[in-house]
Design a protein around this ligand. Structure first.
Ligand SMILES: Nc1nc2c(ncn2[C@@H]2O[C@H](COP(=O)(O)OP(=O)(O)OP(=O)(O)O)[C@@H](O)[C@H]2O)c(=O)[nH]1
Ligand SMILES: [Mg+2]
Length: 422
């Protein structure tokens, strides 16, 4: 952690978008800067039909920005858009201070937050991918020393400024990642074989996913009022009414305009999402920006191939809205959950709802087991874990069980001939 918070200036461009949109985008950038440990001391919006190829905001504006930065004692200038390598160099030269763009800022936050080895590899890979096309020039932008935004990450490699070495490093990281992913997909396959349904929590960053995850699982994963606190997927077991088990995964938060390199890099987390049986879309009901955030989440879900997975809208933080607003939410979407993860209200109903949504995928069957057979006895044991047993009748060496069984599990019963759908 830097000894003192870096002082940051935020710069946005108002092009075809409305001023309000640009303003909102700058607000989000401020949240990101905060998450990266910087203090925002200056904001600037520039009206231009299109970015200036050399300086992004135009030569005149750069001069006044430089003066304002001197005045406010700015350490780092953060642009709300992705800058070309040429723009980045020009701006650093003219502003005489560090310049980062939105992508780099997000990469920086991710570099701070990654906990697992895989997470760290994913971030490093994304950083190297970002760096590679920016290596062509003088390299001044790459030899930053000291601390702060844009200096964390592949430090040594960055200083060497050697494309070939970076490519070799990228290949090595990719190999490690492939290895871990293979292992992960094996684990996932095993879970599917065990027929444990999985539920993925997704949502805009800071919506309260981890808080809800902790509520549901009695775990204490880190939740905090900052963007992108959770980066690596966390999976835990939960028991729902009817004694059924499910696995819940907490995932990385989404934002508007998540850099594409990152969507790819965090494919691993999002893989869990596309293969989940149910998605809980956690929404900050109190956010003034709710609709836009929901749309951004849906877009990312589409991109990672999760559009087909059944989804429940979970309006969270409803302790921050009025009873009237809560009523309106319920009326607008009767299948949505209205909860407060911190207060715990509505969480019981949510679990009930999850159970019933997942049970939609069950069939009522009656199965005959041989009670002397060891493998049959094991199956009865498993049946009690995954199904809702309606009746259990034991007669001279036979056990007949009638139960609501998830379809996945029916397909894996060895005594499948004795299954009689009713
Ligand atoms: N008032 C209120 N605050 C909440 C509620 N749920 C979560 N919060 C707060 O919202 C902030 C973010 O919560 P997290 O659970 O870390 O959010 P997240 O979606 O996991 O965020 P990222 O992992 O950063 O994407 C924390 O300060 C929580 O205490 C709620 O129901 N009501
Ligand atoms: Mg979280």
């Amino acid at each position: 952690m830097a000894p003192h918070a870096e002082r940051a200036a935020l710069v946005g461009l108002v092009t075809s978008s409305s001023r309000g949109d640009a303003d909102h985008s700058l607000d989000e950038l401020a949240g990101l800067a905060d998450a990266a440990g910087a203090t925002v001391v200056l904001r600037m919006l520039q009206d231009r039909p299109r970015p200036d190829p050399a300086t992004f905001i135009g030569s005149g504006k750069v001069a006044s920005l430089a003066a304002a930065c001197d005045e406010a004692g700015v350490d780092v200038v953060i642009f709300d858009n992705e800058l070309t390598p040429a723009q980045l160099r020009q701006l650093e030269e003219r502003l005489e201070r560090k310049v980062v763009d939105r992508t780099q800022l997000i990469l920086d936050i991710f570099a701070r937050r990654a906990r697992t080895r895989e997470g760290k590899w994913q971030v490093e890979l994304a950083q190297l991918k970002y760096l590679l096309p920016r290596l062509a020039g003088s390299g001044t932008a790459l030899s930053r020393l000291g601390g702060g935004i844009g200096t964390r990450g592949p430090g040594e490699t960055k200083l060497e400024t050697d494309r070939r070495r970076i490519r070799v490093r990228m290949q090595a990281i990719q190999k490690e990642i492939d290895h871990v992913r293979q292992r992960r997909s094996q684990l996932r396959e095993r879970r599917q074989k065990q027929s444990v349904p999985t539920v993925a929590l997704v949502g805009y960053t800071n919506a309260g996913k981890t808080t809800l995850f902790n509520r549901m699982t009695d775990e204490t994963a880190v939740a905090s009022n900052a963007l992108f606190v959770t980066l690596d997927p966390l999976v835990r077991r939960v028991r729902v009414p009817d004694n059924r088990e499910l696995l819940v995964s907490d995932t990385v938060g989404f934002i508007d305009r998540l850099p594409h390199a990152l969507v790819a890099a965090f494919g691993a987390t999002l893989e869990e999402v596309s293969e989940a049986d149910l998605i809980l879309h956690v929404i900050d009901a109190g956010s003034a920006d709710r609709e836009r955030q929901m749309a951004a989440v849906r877009r990312v879900l589409d991109e990672v191939g999760a559009a087909e997975v059944p989804t429940v809208a979970v309006y969270n933080k409803t302790d921050t809205i009025t009873a009237e607003e809560r009523r309106r939410l319920r009326a607008a979407d009767p299948s949505a959950a209205v909860i407060s993860a911190t207060e715990g209200t509505g969480v019981g109903e949510l679990l009930q709802m999850i159970a019933s949504r997942l049970a939609l995928d069950t069939r009522r069957v009656s199965i005959t087991f041989d009670s002397a057979n060891e493998s049959d006895r094991q199956q009865i044991h498993r049946l009690y874990r995954v199904a809702r047993v309606i009746s259990h009748v034991a007669t001279d060496g036979k056990v007949v069980i009638e139960a609501d069984v998830p379809r996945r599990f029916i397909e894996r019963l060895t005594t499948v001939e004795s299954v009689e759908p009713q």
